[in-house]
Design a protein around this ligand. Sequence first.
Ligand SMILES: O=C(O)CCC(=O)C(=O)O
Ligand SMILES: [Fe+2]
Length: 208
Amino acid sequence: MTSAFQGSLLDGTDGTGPRPLSAARRTRLARGAWIDVLPGWIPGADALFERLLTSAPWREESRRMYDKVVDVPRLLAFYREGDALPDPVLDEAKAALDEHYAAELGEPFRTAGLCLYRDGRDSVAWHGDRIGRGSTEDTMVAILSVGAPRPLLLRPRGGGETIRHELGHGDLIVMGGSCQRTWEHAIPKSARASGPRISVQFRPRGVR
Ligand SMILES: O=C(O)CCC(=O)C(=O)O
Ligand SMILES: [Fe+2]
């Protein structure tokens, strides 16, 4: 598979690893939620993107919606606790997250969910990651984004102003505190032509 996505030719592939997470900027949201954002967290993201695109075990998923079975509008791959991650850069990324957030989170990130948005028609609808402890406890979900830029939207659960974060190639966003139960997030469909984007979501045990 080749991708329509063309990253910067100057994108480093020198194996320098993720940029220090101390550079992430925190925004406090209402109701005990926050997000940390670090643009350009992963150098060499071009190569990572291509490797994930071609080698992750992408699968389609369908879900029952009332009396219909509909395809989920994105491809998925999931790495459970203890599964080997599909790329050494993801091992480095997870190690960096574990070190930086150890004290605040009190546990390591355990699973990695991958989503492939093939083009602007792929999306994820408004939701919180609430299957599990995220519905009752503060937690963190860390998302690495590679490939085409897409906005991640956040809005308070039950209504309120939407916050928009453009997630670019190699960028990190961490949703923390009460974010999964008091806020919702979405990747909307885009009418503009968009190349493929892959997101990698690191979550602690029991958060989904
Ligand atoms: O692709 C993203 O950045 C978000 C994915 C997401 O919200 C999820 O899989 O729960
Ligand atoms: Fe989510």
